[in-house]
Write a protein that binds this ligand. Sequence first.
Ligand code: SAM
Length: 213
Amino acid sequence: MRLRNKPWAKDKIAAYPQYVIPDPETKRGRWRELFGHDQPLHVEIGTGKGKFITEMAKLHPDVNFIGIELYPSVLVSALDKLIESGLANVKLLNANAKDLTAFFADGEVSRIYLNFSDPWPKKRHEKRRLTYRDFLALYDRILAEDGDIHLKTDNQSFFEYSLVSLSQYGFVLASVQLDLHQSGMTDNVMTEYEEKFSAKGNRIYRCEAVRPP
Ligand code: SAM
């Protein structure tokens, strides 16, 4: 994600605490209460500019969505989409995925989306990949018993790494698509990166991995 610094981003985020939750630790184990609807909770990590999560929330009013994004300058674009749509089933967190267990109780989350996560190709940066085993251990804790991870990327090396890492950890690969846009999947919602890279002719990889039994 090209990062254009927006010095005003933090102030704008702070002005919308109903959309970007300022104190997510206090909501741990109580997200369903906050949303006001007892329905499954899906979390997207690395939400970026928010196209995926806002479109998914429109299509699935029976699901509560939380998007987590590290950079305020990126998150404000997702916030704009949320303000415009007025969706009640999406909240955003300006936070780091490494703190997931501070925000969510064990088993509180039904699904995690990893869309076009930064691939961190250098071996010495492996621990930063969102499918490194330490991150998988966090997902394992917050996911419900039958919870799963849905991952998409255009980066073949990162995809292969993720399949191996997920399998070695004990996640069960329920579905693997080596060319998503030729797979016949009809309900795919594209992310900003997906639009950009598929327009360049890049193949999109996708998998679904179920929490270890
Ligand atoms: N998912 C979006 C898409 O597909 O268009 C954005 C993809 S972009 C390559 C990856 C995003 O993940 C960036 O916006 C980055 O700031 C965010 N990110 C990376 N590591 C993160 C972390 N540990 N916690 C939260 N967000 C993270």
